[in-house]
Design a protein around this ligand. Structure first.
Ligand code: GRF
Length: 204
C-alpha cells in the first residue's frame, strides 16, 4: 500500500474525490495516511474526521514558513507518507519541504499551466479571453505552479460563462484528473525525461 498525505486549506472537494476513488477501486494500491490543514477551521479537515481518517491541524498563522513546514514534514514522516498531494493547500512550500519529498509532491491547479499560475486562475482565464481552460496536475518544485506536468484536462470557455460556471466545469474535471494522476505516479510506469512525464513503454 502506498501512503498518501493530503494537504489542504479549504473545502476539500479534491481530497474527497481522491478518497472516493480509493474507496471504489479506481485508485488502487493507495490509502490516505493523513490529512493536514494549516487552517484548523477548514471544511476538509472536518470531512476527513467524518471519514475516520487521521486529520491534523497545524496552524500556520503567525509562524515562520520554515518552522511551520518543518512541523508539517515531521507529521508526514510520522505517518510514513510516500506521496504528498496538495489539494487546495494555499501555501507556498519552502525549498526544505520540496527537498524532503523529491518528485513526491503533487499539486492541482485550475488552469492549463503555464497559463494563469497563481491565485484566481479561472478569472484570469476569463479576463484574458481564453477559449479553453482546464486543470493541471503537476509535480511541485521550488517555483510556484511550475513543476513537470503529470496530467491536464481541457474544458471549453463558453460565451455565457461567469467565474462560477467556469470554475464548476473545471472542478468536475479536477475530481477525475487528480486520482488518475496519482494512479499514474504510483504505477511506476511513467518517468521524467526532462520536464516530460512519459510512459516507460513509449520512450524512444
Ligand atoms: C481547486 O480549484 C484546486 O485546483 C485549487 O484549489 C481548489 C481547491 O478546491 N488548487 P477543493 O478544496 O479541493 O474543493
Amino acid at each position: 500500500m502506498q501512503r498518501l498525505g493530503i494537504l489542504l486549506s479549504g473545502r476539500g472537494s479534491n481530497f474527497l474525490a481522491i478518497a472516493e476513488a480509493i474507496r471504489t477501486g479506481r485508485l488502487a494500491g493507495a490509502e490516505i495516511a493523513v490529512v493536514v490543514s494549516n487552517l484548523p477551521a477548514a471544511a476538509g479537515i472536518e470531512a476527513a474526521r467524518g471519514l475516520d481518517l487521521p486529520a491534523v491541524a497545524i496552524p500556520s498563522a503567525g509562524r515562520k514558513r520554515a518552522e511551520h513546514d518543518a512541523e508539517v514534514v515531521a507529521s508526514l514522516r510520522r505517518h510514513r507518507v510516500d506521496l504528498v498531494c496538495l489539494a487546495g493547500y494555499m501555501r507556498i512550500l519552502s525549498p526544505e519541504f520540496v527537498r524532503a519529498f523529491p518528485n513526491r509532491i503533487l499539486n492541482i491547479h485550475p488552469s492549463l499551466l503555464p497559463a494563469f499560475p497563481g491565485l484566481d486562475a479561472q478569472s484570469q482565464a476569463l479576463e484574458y479571453g481564453a477559449k479553453v481552460a482546464g486543470c493541471t496536475v503537476h509535480f511541485v518544485d521550488e517555483e510556484m505552479d511550475h513543476g513537470a506536468i503529470v496530467l491536464q484536462s481541457v474544458v471549453p470557455v463558453l460565451d455565457e460563462d461567469s467565474v462560477e460556471t467556469l470554475s464548476a466545469r473545471i472542478l468536475e474535471q479536477e475530481h477525475i484528473a487528480y486520482p488518475e494522476a496519482i494512479a499514474r505516479v504510483l504505477s511506476g510506469e511513467f518517468h521524467l525525461s526532462g520536464r516530460r512525464y512519459i510512459h516507460r513503454g513509449r520512450q524512444t
